[in-house]
Write a protein that binds this ligand. Structure first.
Ligand SMILES: Cc1ncc(COP(=O)(O)O)c(C=O)c1O
Length: 463
């Protein structure tokens, strides 16, 4: 546990474009970047040392302006596939009928809410809508603070929960220029790879208990522990299933709420369950979701137990102008249709298992791969300098991300040291797509070895 733990210095982003390289880009892209800088300013970042220019998308493919195809193994927002025809049709039809807000009676929000809540444990029986995951996190914090009369929030060391003032101050990933809130404490993520077979759940529970004690000693009432259910920015940790149980026991005993951030793993991605927390057989007090909910339309939500909502609702009114507008609701409803009709959760499980098996076999060949892990179509592959010391190899991860980009396969990296490949494709990703990713990964690693003067089978391969 660290008080106001200082996050990583600087405002750089893993796999971010370095504007110093502008001169090396083709004229068309260089001019576009110059215009972006002039129009949007310097906070906006681009992925890749050689940024990708896209103009169309379909299914798991993104296309450049000259028709070149990129396999999308990274984007969870187009969860049921880019520009899915059923979603496109639903949006377009709804836009021609009605698009307004929640201050009029309308059937659509009721039927969607019934459908959404049916995917949650019975205790989670209220939903409030926002436009973004950050707003949903912000609302969850308000709900938790109001219910507990507390202010303290516990997060993981490299968490990311969004861009509003309240969400940013619980997002150490944003770097040292974005200070954590005064009443925010961090705990280490449940890093199974470095736990040496130790019980990551028990360790996390102990750290959370200590953070609660620390707050109380300073007269801070703890309100909530919030965690991404697959710890994606911390490096992707899904196993062993159930590791959150002891943590939730600690929280319950202390009267501290558990907020599950499902913005990344939710809507069937982990293959075994619709929601990441369900893998751990726990029931959160509040859940937030967003990104994959509307396949790219701005819709997000906080789902909570009714007593938490009622406590808030008695005292505080809520209206979010665009939250749950009819067109976004139509998209969200169409997303649920497609997840069901195309068995996308099952596909996430089967293709994810296949991909993970392929990654395991790469691990047998390349000694730089320290660990492969994850669940369904949310996978991580960790690079290390040495399998014994497990020292992170961030430079190699970055080279591999770029190498894959050059082979027209898109992923990125995450983790405290940016050394974990983050693989998180749209849910219709097929075995054939997985093979393309694995082939490109092997090829990129072989080439990186070769240019470092190594041959496959030497120092970067298994001893
Ligand atoms: C875990 C998590 N929570 C919250 C957010 C914020 O969502 P949004 O970008 O829709 O505001 C993100 C976005 O990346 C996220 O990854």
């Amino acid at each position: 546990m660290k008080e106001n733990a200082s996050p990583k210095p600087g405002a750089s982003m893993v796999n971010g474009f370095d504007p110093a390289r502008l001169g090396s880009l083709p004229e068309r892209e260089r001019k576009m970047i110059e215009r972006r800088q002039t129009l949007l300013g310097s906070s906006y970042r681009l992925f890749y040392e050689n940024p990708i220019h896209v103009s169309k998308a379909k299914g798991v493919w993104l296309y450049g302006p000259d028709g070149e195809a990129y396999l999308d193994a990274y984007n969870n927002v187009p969860s049921v596939g880019h520009c899915h025809p059923h979603v496109v049709e639903a949006i377009s039809y709804q836009a021609s009928q009605l698009n307004t807000h929640t201050r009029y009676l309308n059937e659509q929000i009721l039927s969607y809410s019934e459908r959404l809540l049916a995917t949650f444990p019975a205790e989670l029986d209220r939903v409030m809508y926002t436009c973004t995951g950050s707003e949903a996190v912000d609302l969850a914090l308000r709900l938790a603070r109001h219910y507990t009369s507390g202010t303290g929030i516990i997060i993981t060391e490299n968490a990311y929960h969004g861009v509003t003032a309240a969400a940013a101050e619980i997002s150490p990933l944003l770097g040292a220029s974005v200070p954590l809130g005064q009443h925010v404490l961090t705990v280490p993520a449940p890093d199974t790879y470095r736990a040496n077979g130790g019980d990551v759940g028990a360790a996390l529970a102990q750290d959370v208990a200590e953070a609660i004690g620390h707050m109380r000693r300073r007269d801070i009432t703890p309100a909530a522990f919030i965690a991404d259910s697959i710890f994606s920015s911390d490096g992707v940790f899904a196993d062993p299933p159930g590791f959150l149980k002891p943590v939730v026991d600690v929280l319950k005993k202390a009267g501290v709420l558990y907020i599950a951030d499902e913005v990344q793993p939710g809507f069937g991605r982990i293959g075994t369950n619709m929601w990441g927390f369900a893998r751990h057989e726990v029931v959160p007090d509040i859940v937030v979701t967003g990104k994959p909910m509307g396949n790219g339309m701005p819709i997000a939500a906080a789902i909570m137990k009714s007593d938490i909502q009622e406590c808030f609702g008695r005292d505080i009114r809520y209206f979010n102008t665009f939250g749950a507008n009819n067109v976004s609701l139509a998209a969200a409803s169409a997303v649920l249709d497609v997840i069901e009709s195309e068995n996308l959760m099952q596909n996430a499980r089967e293709t994810g298992d296949y991909l993970l098996a392929g990654m395991k076999s790469l691990k047998e060949t390349f000694a730089s791969i320290g660990d492969v892990r994850g669940s369904g179509l949310f996978l991580g592959l960790e690079f290390v300098r040495n399998q014994d010391s497990r020292e992170p190899d961030s430079a190699l991860a970055l080279k591999v991300v770029s190498g894959l980009r050059d082979r027209h396969v898109l992923i990125s990296a995450s983790g405290l040291n940016g050394n974990v490949l983050k693989i998180r494709p749209p849910l219709p990703f097929s075995r054939e797509n997985a093979d393309m990713l694995l082939d490109a990964l092997r090829d990129a690693l072989v080439q990186i070895n070769r240019s470092a003067g190594r041959v496959a089978g030497e120092s970067n391969s298994k001893r």
